[in-house]
Write a protein that binds this ligand. Structure first.
Ligand code: FES
Length: 161
């Protein structure tokens, strides 16, 4: 953890404990997850208990206490997407990345998650990479999309040797 970076984020929020959610969001953007050291540092600087910081960090699903990949791949498995082939999108993404849902690739490039509904059911099946939505998605397009975010088939071969 880079204490200076964390301090800059805290100072940007004027070390205001009412801005704790915003501080955690900015730390998560910086690291893709919330390292425990960072949470301890924030608690100390804001004069709040570590329990309170963990309480916020575990309350919001968007925060992660586990290391995550540079890119977050979410595949919708909600009802509308399920009937339109969401599970096949997930299986394809799992096969390509060589991981299961809720796992992260060994090189920390990708984290794969299944979600319940992304609020755009008419576009199902839907996959979202970071904040980019891909709707009406056929499984054959998944690999090309992931390659736009840095996936190469060599990544997979490396993992399986
Ligand atoms: S069920 Fe997939 S976006 Fe709603």
């Amino acid at each position: 953890m880079d204490g200076e970076k964390i301090d800059k984020i805290i100072e940007y929020h004027r070390a205001d404990k009412s801005k704790l959610v915003g501080i955690l969001q900015d730390v998560q953007v910086e690291y893709n997850w919330l390292p425990e050291d960072a949470l301890r540092h924030i608690a100390k600087r804001l004069h709040v208990s570590l329990t309170d910081v963990f309480g916020i960090a575990t309350f919001y699903k968007s925060f992660s206490l586990e290391p995550r990949g540079k890119h977050l791949v979410r595949v919708c498995l909600g009802t509308a997407c399920h009937v339109r082939g969401g599970p096949r999108i997930m299986e394809t993404a799992e096969r390509i990345l060589g991981i299961k849902a809720d796992e992260t690739t060994a090189d920390y490039k990708f984290t794969l998650e299944g979600v319940n509904c992304l609020g755009c059911c008419a576009l199902g099946p839907v996959m979202v990479v970071d904040n980019d939505y891909y709707g009406n998605l056929p499984p054959r397009k998944v690999e090309k999309i992931l390659s736009d975010y840095g996936y190469t088939s060599a990544d997979k071969e490396e993992k399986h040797t």
